[in-house]
Design a binder for this molecule. Sequence first.
Ligand code: MRU
Length: 357
Amino acid sequence: MADTISSAPQSFDRVRAVEWTKDRLSLLDQRLLPLREEYLTFDTVVGVAQAIRDMVVRGAPAIGIAAAYGVVLAARERYRRDAKTWVTAIEEDLALLNAARPTAVNLAWAIARMRRIIGAGINGDPTPVLLAEAQRIHAEDIAANHAMGRLGAELIAPGSSVLTHCNTGALATGGYGTALGVVRAGVAAGRIVHTYANETRPWLQGARLTAWELMQEGIPMTLIADGAGAYLMQQGKVQWVIVGADRVAANGDVANKIGTYMAALAARHHGVRFMVVAPTSTIDLDTPSGSAIPIEQRPESEVAAYGDRRVTPEGVAAWNPAFDITPAALIDALVTERGVVPAPDRAKIAALMENPR
Ligand code: MRU
């Protein structure tokens, strides 16, 4: 295993899923991975909103970044149509983007940042000014991920193994990843020797995306069925569970991919530590606690099928919440780019957010 680690490139940072190329947005179509690696290009905001809804691009920070580029496309189009009214007209596009997926707060956060630039007043063609802001959001996200990677890895004892859920890597962010950024940094530092990945039904972000991403980097990993996590912990095979977040409420409760709460409960029972890795753009002080976080409900058909193949009796009823809430009390560490919050609560999160960068 040591050989595998040392033969991999030390930065472990080769994957990019969101790119602005010349004058349009390019997205790696995550619905097709790992069987096909195809990029789709977008030059309209309607197309970007649809891509977010349809999971071409997914993962909270990546959704926010894609939406920021979507605002650039919207402004370009609206300004071309009418240079006098574009500032008012673009509100319709911002609402369309905002409604694409409800749980990941990075979407609303990125749109609010772009709206502030628009509100401050732009002379002439808004495209270059807004593109610069979208690219700043993108670059800041990658920088935050590297910072969180270092901070999170420092919490992990050398020689540890970890379990992760969903995909929180370069595919889910501007690059490098949140929880998978900690895995990348932890492997590079020799602190993480093995990573287990939950398959993450029903979209299989773990089986399709995390497995693909870690194998691209030569990071040793083992895939498990979601139901195997508690047994893995009981067997003493992992010391940490490391996950990302779609929204962190003001009291520290965390919305993340369905199944995260189950992993947190099992971790506490088995004395396995539980780390949430999320940039401050995922912290929502306007949401007081987890119960106020809107949870996306997705089609029943996603649960009734395995990929494209139906595996259930026709017409079976299914319940398909895309996210769940992990109470703050089950979280040992919240890792952000501004620092680590041990055992997060309302007061510690307020203090973190008040701190200047
Ligand atoms: O439905 P998805 O694939 O967009 O869900 C993604 C997750 O739940 C991730 O864990 C979360 O967005 C953090 S990604 C850095």
